[in-house]
Design a protein around this ligand. Structure first.
Ligand SMILES: [Cu+2]
Length: 163
């Protein structure tokens, strides 16, 4: 109960902060502003059987810069909607929920992986067959974008039942 409530409060704060940052970025934005951006390592997408409507993309995000950076959204040619997701435990079950941002600390990294943070592809426009690729454009909090080619792979389904 308390954990859920804290999560809601955090999310509200996160949204307020995101709005504030967006506003600040808009005021500062200019062609000369080219801060350090994120590097993507080993991006891959989960292969899904034909007819499946959703999939997910995973990768390692590396921030070589002196400022924290965050993913704030994205789009893909392979899906109607792209969302940033995480997994949380609720009533003993792992559940996905949407997050507004995926933070990558300065001089640090964040790993998106099955059972944790991921980029959700919602409303697939085509089959995701192993060996293929999925193109994504990821939006960062500094207003820049990252072009990513994710390899489609067989990814083991998440384990729901272990404790
Ligand atoms: Cu998800």
């Amino acid at each position: 109960m308390n954990a859920n409530r804290d999560m809601t409060v955090n999310k509200t704060l996160g949204l307020a902060l995101a709005a504030l940052l967006l506003h600040g970025t808009a005021a500062l934005a200019g062609p000369a502003l080219a801060g350090p951006t994120l590097e993507v390592e080993d991006p891959y997408a989960r292969a899904v059987p034909p007819g499946q409507t959703n999939s997910a993309v995973f990768m390692r995000l590396v921030n070589g810069g002196d400022a924290p950076r965050a993913l704030v959204g994205g789009k893909s040619e392979a899906a109607e909607v792209v969302e940033l997701h995480t997994h949380t435990m609720a009533d003993g079950m792992m559940k996905m929920r949407r997050v507004e941002r995926i933070e990558v600390p300065a001089k640090g990294s964040e790993t998106l992986e099955p059972g944790g943070l991921h980029i959700m592809l919602i409303g697939l426009k085509r089959d995701l067959v192993p060996g293929g690729t999925v193109a994504l454009t990821l939006d960062l909090d500094d207003g820049s974008t990252l072009a990513v080619q994710a390899q489609v792979r067989e990814v083991q389904a998440m384990e729901h039942h272990h404790h």
